[in-house]
Write a protein that binds this ligand. Structure first.
Ligand SMILES: NC(=O)c1ccc[n+]([C@@H]2O[C@H](COP(=O)([O-])OP(=O)(O)OC[C@H]3O[C@@H](n4cnc5c(N)ncnc54)[C@H](O)[C@@H]3O)[C@@H](O)[C@H]2O)c1
Length: 336
């Protein structure tokens, strides 16, 4: 019979709910408890998704034998200490990215997580790895559909209407670390190459932002490909999402389902241009933007010793360190 996993969610904010709403009804999930510093948030989440209990102190639940997996969806500066407590209690962890706010803390996170394997598994939440459109584009690129990959261009700008939430996230790190870890990982994963050089920097848009709130990073990959990632969270930006890949025989452009002008019901739009024939293909791809259950089931597969998707802690660490390089480099916007 299929094992049912006792799950605790810590952090009942935006991404905590994305996790829970996608797993609470799965056959192999029992939501034991939800935890938040704000007890009312925890209570609401418990009622909505059928958690047996709710509270403000996660440590209570780490002592229980009926808890197998902890999802950490709290502020970034809490991830290392919570993950260490979970691993010490023998609980498997799905931890939101980025794992930490500094290089030293990041090293500590990966040291502890790597040492815990294979008894305890820690999966870092790199959600793009579970997205069908990115998976398909990766397959196309690696089978040479646009020739030799030359450039990956990602932009992810948020019009930060819920400014208090973004301000709190900015207190911990700039967008290049918070969001950049996803896209720097995707550059390596999709190209099959390693990041060998990073230049980056951030600047301020909103005067009351706790730190620079627009980031740009340029990378050189180990093959013939370069990458550029840009991201801002601001009340003064319009939403902008650009995902494009250029090779020496064409390009691939991804438009998310939500951003399509027409035929939204057909999913994401993948456009492919073949420069040697002049042909233009359009592909509709049904893909969940954030497949939180797919990600959760990957952790379960690892626990049960079934084949994994190949995403390693080392991959997550490389993306984290490349993002830290961009934060520390800062050369992109230094005054002369
Ligand atoms: N994978 C993704 O696509 C994605 C998207 C958004 C955010 N995130 C990441 O998820 C994390 C949370 O971001 P968010 O946007 O959900 O933030 P949020 O502000 O919406 O929610 C965070 C919640 O955590 C709670 N919290 C903080 N410290 C806690 C603690 N010690 N114990 C219990 N509860 C605690 C807060 O009270 C808050 O309710 C961040 O690391 C962020 O980078 C990931």
């Amino acid at each position: 019979m299929e094992k049912v996993y006792g799950v605790v969610l810590i952090g009942c904010g935006y991404i905590g709910e994305e996790h829970l709403s996608d797993i609470y009804y799965q056959d192999n999930v029992r939501v034991v408890a939800v935890v938040d510093l704000d007890v009312n948030r925890a209570k609401l989440m418990a009622r909505k998704y059928g958690a047996q209990e709710y509270g403000t102190d996660y440590k209570v639940y780490l002592q229980r034998d009926d808890v197998d997996i902890v999802i950490i969806a709290t502020y970034v500066d809490t991830h290392v200490s919570i993950m260490k407590d979970c691993v010490a209690a023998g609980k498997h962890v799905l931890c939101e990215k980025p794992v930490a706010v500094s290089r030293e803390d990041g090293e500590e996170f990966f040291r502890v997580a790597q040492a815990a394997e294979p008894q305890v598994h820690v999966l870092v939440g790199h959600i793009l790895r579970y997205n069908g459109s990115y998976q398909r584009i990766r397959q196309m690129i690696q089978s040479g559909v646009i020739g030799t990959l030359r450039f990956i261009h990602f932009v992810q700008n948020h019009h930060a209407i819920n400014w208090p939430r973004y301000r709190r996230l900015l207190e911990d790190c700039p967008p290049v670390l918070d969001c950049g870890v996803h896209y720097l990982d995707a550059m390596q994963w999709i190209s099959g190459q390693k990041i060998v050089q990073v230049k980056g920097g951030s600047f301020l848009i909103d005067s009351d932002a706790p730190r620079d709130n627009y980031s740009i990073v340029n990378v050189q990959l180990s093959g013939e490909c370069c990458g550029c990632y840009e991201s801002g969270w601001s009340r003064n930006l319009h939403y902008y999402n650009c995902k494009e890949f250029m090779g020496d025989k064409g390009y691939i452009k991804l438009t998310l389902q939500a951003d399509r002008f027409a035929d939204k019901e057909e999913g994401d739009l993948i456009e492919v241009y073949h420069s040697d024939t002049g042909e233009h293909e359009t592909i509709s791809q049904i893909a969940k933007y954030k497949d939180m259950n797919g990600q959760f089931q990957e952790l379960v597969a690892r626990i049960e010793g079934r084949p994994s998707n190949g995403f390693t802690l080392e991959d997550a660490k490389e993306a984290f360190m490349a993002a830290m390089d961009a934060v520390e480099d800062g050369s992109a916007f230094k005054k002369k």
